[in-house]
Design a protein around this ligand. Sequence first.
Ligand SMILES: [Mn+2]
Length: 249
Amino acid sequence: MERIQIKLKNKKRAYFAGDFHLGIPDEKSSMLREKKIIKWLDSIEKHTQELFLMGDIFDFWFEYKYVVPKYYFNFLSKISTMIDRGINIHFFKGNHDMWTIDYFENIGLKVYDNIQKFKIDDSNIIVGHGDGLGEGDTGYKVIKSIFKNKGTQFLFRILHPDIGVKLGSYLSKSNKNREDNSAKNNERIYNFCKNYNNKEDNQAYVFGHSHKVSVKEISTSSTYYNTGEWLNQSNFLVFESGRFEIKKF
Ligand SMILES: [Mn+2]
């Protein structure tokens, strides 16, 4: 895997946030959360050079060849405006929004299927959503292999979108139940990072998925960060002048 090199220009920052799970628990509270996220984006925009969307932005996303879900227009429009203004936006597919084709790329997002190495200024950083890493999580891995299966995707694709999206949202909620044990997931991701760091030193590991905001030392020169979630909290991570900091909006 090639390391992507990023230089932050004149005091600009990199921001990391994810697990917005837009779409749940109901339309009204999801719309309020979407507004809050847009407010947050408004507030950071002028300092931002790189924005990392850590995955599970949408609780369920399924893209057909000519059809996309009609929700989330305001969020996507904000993202598109930020891209037009020169901000680089990185989108890591989560376990809830991995069914994408090219819609996000067409908006201008840089889309990642798996974990990715970055060097931002002088810091080596590993970024990913965090699902299915390391030992365990087998139930989840089975679900993911079904979701990623071309045959399943084809069957889904020939359903009418009104049925497909409804079914998908239902499946997505059952997928959500698998994430209930957030402490366990957080531990698993942390252990993955620790093992990874034995082979190759990185200053920071940034993940989402566990819904548990965290800052945990891996070694004296290496730290694990989890960006938490936006269903109850609204945490994000900011990188500026070589330093990381977890904040809350
Ligand atoms: Mn997740």
